[in-house]
Design a binder for this molecule. Sequence first.
Ligand SMILES: [Zn+2]
Length: 313
Amino acid sequence: MKRLFILIVAAALALSLCACGEREPEGQDGRLSIVTTVFPAYDFARQVAGDQAKVTLLVPPGAETHSFEPTAQDMRRIQSCDLLICNGGESEVWLETLLAGQETEIPSLVMLECVDALEEEIKEGMQETEEEGEEDETEYDEHVWTSPVNAQRICRAIAEALADRDEEHGDLYRANCEAYCEKLAELDAAFRAVVEQGSHSTVIFADRFPVRYFVEEYGLDYFAAFPGCAEDTEPAAGTVAFLIDRVREEQIPAVFYIEFSNEKMADVICEDTGCKKLLFHSCHNVTADQLKAGISYYELMLGNVESLREALA
Ligand SMILES: [Zn+2]
């Protein structure tokens, strides 16, 4: 018995040593290389791939996603990756041009194509810039990930795309995916419960509004200061007055601002009405510290559950 035990320990030790010896430098270790453009794509890819892939995020933490321009190194990364996961839409026109110019097709997954896309909406009271008003081409709202239901659809599409590229680990990708989707389903249930328990169903974004998919998912009505991808977020008197009226009429206890906001619009409204301002994180991008700490879409959205609870009280 004792000898058998020693043998097993020795075998286990040999195996673990062997595994260490096989490790090669990052990027040349036979793992898949996945390049992602925006934070949600990065998080979903990381959750689904686990340790089996090297996942790169192109848009730097804290950077303005809509005006992102790839560096020469970014271009090389895209050209040599096993899978590109991008968002699609207006902010990634640069990518369409790059992909169209390739001799060999770069395997890619577009998040906007994984879901039922919604057209961009200009809602009553929203402060528009001129260019936005002049466009008559149909434009899709690109912030598809803000619905946790869409997030699950995207994760499952990622799992299948990875399994296609690396069949050997297909079951692992699917298992990782289902584990994360379970958390996303809990998140979804939590939002539904909050909406059901709320004493009203209108939210006010005293800010840009990149969360149309979210409000549609939960049947919330909304008013917002600026479109989701607006450049200019200086409060105009008319917009301020309109939103203040909405806060008073609907007796809204709290208005939202989003991450990386100047919070000016929210401050003006709060000062005038006495309501609170709360962060609703759209998960568009995170800070360098958050990225370093490994913060996830799930964690950021969990914070939104509490914000929403307060705003619907
Ligand atoms: Zn955006």
